[in-house]
Design a protein around this ligand. Sequence first.
Ligand code: 7PJ
Length: 257
Amino acid sequence: MGVVNVTPDSFSDGGQYLDPAAALAHARQLLAEGADVIDIGGESTRPGAAPVSEDAELARILPLLEALRDAPVPISVDTRRARVMREALLAGASMINDVEALESPGALDAVAASDCAICLMHKKGDPATMQRDPQYADVVAEVKEYLAARIAAAEQAGIARDRIVIDPGFGFGKTPAHNLDLLRRLDEFRSLGVAVAAGWSRKSTLGVITGKPVAERLAASVAASLLAAQHGAHILRVHDVAETKDALAVWQALRAR
Ligand code: 7PJ
């Protein structure tokens, strides 16, 4: 899953693709590199991000969705808001990626009313404050219990299981130690019986591990994505599609014998 942020403030590529033409060119680039899904975001959810109005979020993503209507792969929209979900689905999105796991008012119904795929992500707290000393007794157990409950809520609302993806939400209210525990034990999420997604690309835990700023985290991001795949992830949410695919190809060549 290749990330296209149409935001002025996303932590790794904020501002680069705010211009619709630049965002479209970037999406086409990720498609050429072999992305299997494009994930479009119009609201930054990074720690400390400023909120954006619904209208502004829609104004950012709708032109890109229209331009990608003929894309050969599913287009996902990263949003927490029911109205944005509904409009995005009308404009051709076939997946919703929600860092609030359909908790906002009307979100379950907006997704249930369509046949789109849905990624339910765990986060602890709000983006503004979530990195202030997050605490868990057992981070894997707590995140898994939350995602199991959200799968149940989605099914209750009429969303079939085979439409659902879960994501432990690396970096969303988690310390580096929590993120590493979740990665080490990622395969335990597979027992929930739905596809598992993982997003490590350029995240701050990689900066803590390598001591490098966000612009220099490519190798660490590729390594973390490969490890996530080896630990059971089905979908990797990444900024650097070509490099990640090369790493996966080496692993797959090793396995195919
Ligand atoms: C994630 C996400 C993630 C899913 C962001 C960033 C911060 N959606 N949206 N998983 N992260 N499903 O781009 O690093 O990890 S926003």
